[in-house]
Design a protein around this ligand. Sequence first.
Ligand code: ASP
Length: 303
Amino acid sequence: MTEVTPAFIVHGGAWDMPDAEVPGHLAGCRRAAEIGWAILSQGGSAVDAVEAAIRSMEDDPAFDAGVGAWLNEAGEVELDAIIMDGATLESGAVAAVQHVRNPIVLARLVMERTPHALIAAKGAEKLAAQHGLPLVDESALLTGQELERWRAIKEQRDFSMKTAFGGAPRGTVGAVARDRRGHLAAGTSTGGTPNKMQGRVGDSPLIGCGCYADDLSAGASATGWGESIMKVVLCKTACDGAAAGGAAQAAAENAIAVLADRAQGLGGVILIDRQGNIGCAFNTPRMARAWIEHGQIRAGVEA
Ligand code: ASP
């Protein structure tokens, strides 16, 4: 089998990120990119690289995933995550899960150890316990900063989900990889949107919306206002654009144009096509991401 050059990109959310948040987001993205790239360079699988990179960002309180996630309206952490294997089209996801520090690990368990694709809430917690994943106390996921932000939102009368993407910091995380065998994988993990209703599930854990991977087209991970991303099935739209022969960057840009035009949405998408080309587009003021170019790690938040 001929080996191909691996490719890797991660994102840490698309928001109006204030300057003070930029260094933390860039450092977390770089770290995750290094972790994933080390796996791919040693011949590891795209799925392994995606899981490990996302796990490191879930552990990093700079991001809205795992530790440091946004709180729902009841002041609880409810997490969503998905992982998808482009070689087989198998995917695993968890939604509105509590007490799990690394939902991406649980999503992979859903993919590999169950006949299902998406398990929510208590059932997901039960699966975690059955497979020996530690169930943590809410306080282990909650940071003081998030509690303060939640209190501030509660006092904001004009708060809306859409304006949150214009003004609030922190981001969902995601990764896309192509390994040496040419297989693609993608994953996404989030605490969702600030002050969401209890049980609200966004785009992130839904196949085609927050994530998609197919060796025949591309792999993609999205972030942004979930209700708008779902309307245009953003990641599948981006991958279809790449499959139709478009350049990776053009496919990402077209998908974001569809999000804006058809759903008045806000967000960003990262993509790797089957030839290993990388694309990234967003219509929020900033999007944190890191990727590998000619063996070097690159990172940025501006367009
Ligand atoms: N897309 C996520 C959601 O709506 C949030 C984000 O990406 O920032 O749950």
